[in-house]
Design a protein around this ligand. Structure first.
Ligand code: GDP
Length: 623
């Protein structure tokens, strides 16, 4: 009946879970953590739903633990309250308190107690449901025993124990090797398991995930426990981060040596779909087919997109604000629909109005080009940084001065800090800097292993042999639960002593409203005095990203005792490849904070790192 049971800390570290096919439930549990537990929102309800799943949970405020049971929401399970209470009692009885961070990575062998508590709860519930039926045959009760027995058998499979719930492959498709005739319950259990498998596998081929790889293919061969490379064990790596929905090697199958050499020099700009260029080429080629294409593009231009709002304003007279007003209103709504914050959309419209007012109303094309020019000018102003950030130049300068260049990455959970840190690391190595990654996310289990894997992949792409024997990436890590500021400090000292060029500091994700965590970030930055603090934000969250940025900046300023606090210097705008033409976050984030977008993440390979390009943004806004 129950699909998945998990015990985790309020911070999201999993202590124990009921089975390894939990990958299909990771997203639901992550949403529960993010949307309810971390935000302390509506926790009294103790019930949460996402898609076809429901979660009933119980909070243990004394130990800061959460007991959660996941099931299909169409099913009503009356025994869950009692079951979760019994789970809590049994867990406490066995392990006492869970006081220190070190204990979070311990093995919590709780399978036997879980089965006992579940079986008791189910039997109790079955008694209640069947109470009116006075007559129960012995055979029937045998059947119910057999169901429980078959569950026991499933849970005993060694591979299902303490495996990362996101990274564990789906359960093997072969049924339990029982030769006895199957009961109805067995058949239902089997069908549900198959459905879970199906859900799990469809998730892995979602458009966000990259192409299937060897790792994905081998998954089909059967369930295997996760083995982390270069130390660490699967039991330490149980985490509830949605970034791990795909197995790690699926995410980074791109240790494809074709990438080597592609990121030398400055970061390439975002690609621009340049209609003008194509039009010019077509016109000058005299090719009839190409000219037809230009014509159809012109029609399309006047038929849809932002410029079409100005279609009606053509003629011989001079333009007034009143003539422009209806078109400007539509333009504002259009910009808002692209995720531009409304205040900024109004400002952009004002600048277009100023540039058109008093001009002669010419043809549609002449108005269109004036609107485009005015918008471009405004966006250039917004997107041009107040201060120029040239990492290569500054890192070279630091190197000449005999000290490492340090960048700290911060942001909320799951936005792509580690992934984009690794891409930036790749770019730096491509430019012959050697790098020390400081694993200062000492909170989220699995974070260190994630960086370890990157380190291994990056060194595989750039082996020391190709760099005069220099190891190009090293990882400085001290495990979990330690003071992040102290680790960063040791890492920088280590880099200084061993002549490493650049230190990239990964930090734990945190919500902008979480004061204690914002204080500790402020401390980390203050004591380590980095060269650059980069805020990592997703392009797809739109205005929420602006709120995050503003509050991060505010906290860094408020909680630093420095007279001149080091706030955010620049932005890494991630997942730009997932937003289609809704590029508004790029504009809003830079406009509101005045900080430049230093990098744009455009995918999941190491080479998916771009620089912001005004023309690409303008073109997307025009559509
Ligand atoms: P963190 O918690 O902030 O460190 O986030 P991660 O680096 O673990 O990334 C979270 C998820 O976002 C992972 O699945 C990444 O592969 C994915 N991701 C990161 N950057 C990008 C990007 O630029 N484009 C896309 N499509 N996915 C990204």
């Amino acid at each position: 009946m129950l699909d998945f049971v998990v015990i985790f800390t309020k911070g999201g570290v999993v202590l124990w879970n009921s089975n390894a096919s939990g990958s299909s439930f990771a997203s639901c549990i992550n949403s529960l953590i993010r949307g309810v537990i971390l935000e302390e929102r509506n926790t009294e309800a103790k019930y949460f739903e996402e898609d076809h799943l429901a979660v009933q949970f119980k909070l243990d405020n004394e130990l800061d633990l959460v007991y959660a049971a996941v099931f299909q929401k169409v099913i009503k399970l009356s025994y869950l309250d009692g079951f979760l209470t019994e789970m809590q009692l049994a867990f406490k009885e066995k392990f006492g308190s869970i006081p220190s961070a070190e204990r979070l990575s311990e093995e919590y062998d709780f399978d036997r107690e879980y089965r006992r508590v579940l079986s008791a709860a189910e039997q109790e519930s079955a008694k209640q449901v069947k109470a009116p039926k006075t007559m129960r045959s012995f055979n029937e009760s045998q059947k119910s025993k057999k169901t429980v027995a078959s569950m026991l058998q499933d849970d005993k499979k060694p591979v299902e124990k303490r495996v990362n719930i996101q990274e564990s492959p789906p359960a093997p498709s072969s049924a339990s090797p029982s030769s006895s005739p199957r009961s109805k319950d067995d058949i239902i259990a089997e069908s549900r398991r198959k459905m879970r498998e199906k859900l799990g596998s469809s998730k892995k081929t979602s458009p966000v995930d990259i192409k299937p790889t060897k790792a994905a293919a081998s998954e089909k061969a059967g369930k295997k426990p996760r083995v982390w490379d270069l130390g660490g064990s699967s039991k330490d790596a149980v985490l509830l981060d949605r970034s791990k929905d795909a197995p790690e090697d699926v995410q980074y199958q791109n240790i494809n040596s074709d990438l080597v050499g592609t990121m030398q020099g400055v970061i390439p700009d975002l690609d621009v779909e340049s209609e003008d260029e194509a039009d010019y080429q077509a016109e000058s080629s005299g090719d009839e087919e190409a000219e037809q294409l230009v014509q159809s593009k012109t029609n399309k231009r006047s038929g849809g997109g932002l410029l079409s709002y100005f279609k009606g304003i053509v003629g011989a007279k001079t333009m007034t604000l009143a003539d422009l007003q209806p078109a400007l209103e539509k333009m504002r709504d259009h910009l808002i629909s692209k995720n531009v914050a409304s205040e900024i959309a109004v400002k952009l419209c004002d600048s277009v109005a100023t540039s058109l007012e008093g001009k002669q109303m010419g043809t549609f094309d002449s108005i269109a080009s004036q609107v485009k020019e005015a918008l471009t000018q405004s966006l250039v102003r917004i997107l041009s940084p107040k201060r120029r950030i040239d990492i290569i130049r500054d890192a070279l300068e630091s190197k000449r001065n005999g000290r490492p260049y340090t960048i700290i990455f911060c942001g909320v959970n799951g936005v792509g800090k580690s992934t984009n840190l690794a891409k930036i690391c790749f770019w730096l190595i491509e430019n012959d800097f050697n790098v020390l990654i400081a694993a200062c996310d000492t909170f989220r289990a699995g974070a260190v292993e994630q960086l370890r894997t990157h380190t291994r992949h990056l060194n595989a792409l750039h082996p020391a042999a190709k760099h005069d024997g220099r190891t190009m990436v090293q990882l400085y890590e001290k495990g979990y639960g330690k003071d992040a500021a102290g680790i960063a400090m040791e890492a920088i000292k280590f880099a200084n002593d061993t002549r490493v060029d650049v230190v990239l500091v990964d930090t734990a994700g945190r919500m902008q409203d979480n004061e204690p965590l914002m204080r500790s970030l402020s401390k980390l930055i203050k004591v380590n005095n980095p060269d650059l603090v980069l805020f990592v934000g997703e392009a797809l969250v739109g205005n929420e990203a602006v709120d995050q940025l503003v509050k991060f900046n505010q906290s860094l300023a408020d909680f630093s005792s420095n007279e001149n606090p080091h706030i955010i210097d620049g932005i890494v705008l991630t997942k730009f490849d997932t937003i289609d033409d809704k590029v508004g976050a790029a504009i809003s984030m830079t406009y509101i904070t005045g900080q430049p977008i230093v990098f744009v993440g455009t995918g999941q390979t190491y080479a998916d790192l771009k620089a912001i390009n005004v023309n690409a943004v303008v073109n997307s806004l025009m559509k």
